[in-house]
Write a protein of this length. Sequence first.
Length: 369
Amino acid sequence: MFYHLLLPLQEYFSALNVFRYISFRSAGAAITAVLFSFIVGPWIIKKLQKMQIGETIRTNGPESHNAKAGTPTMGGLIIIGAILVPTFLFGRLDNIYIQMMVVSVVWMGIVGFIDDYLKAVKKSKKGLIARYKLLGQISLGLVLGTVMVLHPEFGGVETATTLPFFKDLVFDMKSAWIYIPFVIFVITATSNSVNLSDGLDGLASGLMAIAALVFAGIAYITGRADFSQYLNIIYLPSAGELTVFCAALIGASLGFLWFNARPAEVFMGDTGSLALGAALGAVAVMLKKEFLLPFAGGVFIIESISVIIQVRYFKYTKKKHGEGRRLFRMAPIHHHYELKGWDENKIVIRFWIMGILFAFLTLSTFKIR
C-alpha cells in the first residue's frame, strides 16, 4: 500500500524514494509484524481467555502437558494478522507473488480456524474431519499449481524446478498433469509437517522464523538478475517481492514467540500451524526451490518422518507379532525426548540449533555444486 500511495509522491518528497527498495520495505514489514504482535497479541489472548477457548490436552500425551490444559489456543490469529498487515502495507499488491501468498495464508488459516473452533468451542475431540482438512490442502495446491502453469511470470519455467547440489540442473516436468500434483504434495506435506511440530512451547514459531529468514535471502537473490546469474539459479524478475512477505513472516513468528515461549501464554493452534506451513510451502513453490524444503525445513521434515515411521512400525509389528510395538516412546519425536526426561526448554533450544544448522546447509547448496 505504501509503495502505491507514497512512491508517486517522490518527486515532491525525495525521501519517499526509499519505498522503491525491497530491503527498506522488508525491514519495515518485519518491524511492523513484531509491533503488531506486541500490541494486538495481549488483546487477542484476553479475548480467548474470556471466551474460554482453551487447549484440550490429549489423554495419551506426556503427563507434563497436563498443566497446559486451558491455555488459550487459536493464537494463530495473531500470526495471521501480523503477516497480512505488514504485507499489505509494505508489499506491492499488484505482484502475483504477494497475491498468492496472501491467498495461501488466508486459505489454510480458515481451514485451521474451523478445526480449532470445532475442538475448542464445540468440544469436538476430532475437530475438522481429516478428509476435509486434506481437501483444503489439496485445493490450495491445485490453485497454486494452476497459477504457476498459466501465469506469464513463469513462462519458460512453469513446470520446472531446481535440484540442490547440481550446477545448472533445472528439472522440467514438462507436463502440468505432473507438476500440479507435485505442488499439491509440497503444500500438503509442508503444512502437515509444521502442524506436527507444534507440540512444545516456542518450537514451531522459532523454527519458522529460521526457515523464513533463509527463504527471504533466496527470494532476494532470485529476483536479482546479477545474483541469479552468478549463482546459476532460475531468475524470476518479480520474485524479490517475496522478501517482503518472508520478512513479515519472520516478524510474525518472533512476535508470537514472545507469548508462546515457555510457559506459553497462548498456543497457535491449527489456525497458525497450517497457515505457516502453507506459507512456507508456497514460498518454496513460487521460488522454484521445492527441493530445498527438506533442508530449510529439516526439523519439520524429521518430525513428520518420525510419525510416519512410528505408525508404519506399529502396524508392521502388530501384523507380525499380534501386538503393535513402538520404535519411539512417542511421536512426533520431540515427545520421545520429553519421555526420556529432557526438559522442554532443552528440546526446543536444541531443535532450534538443528534448524540453524539446516539453514546453513541450505545456503551452502548454492555453492556446493
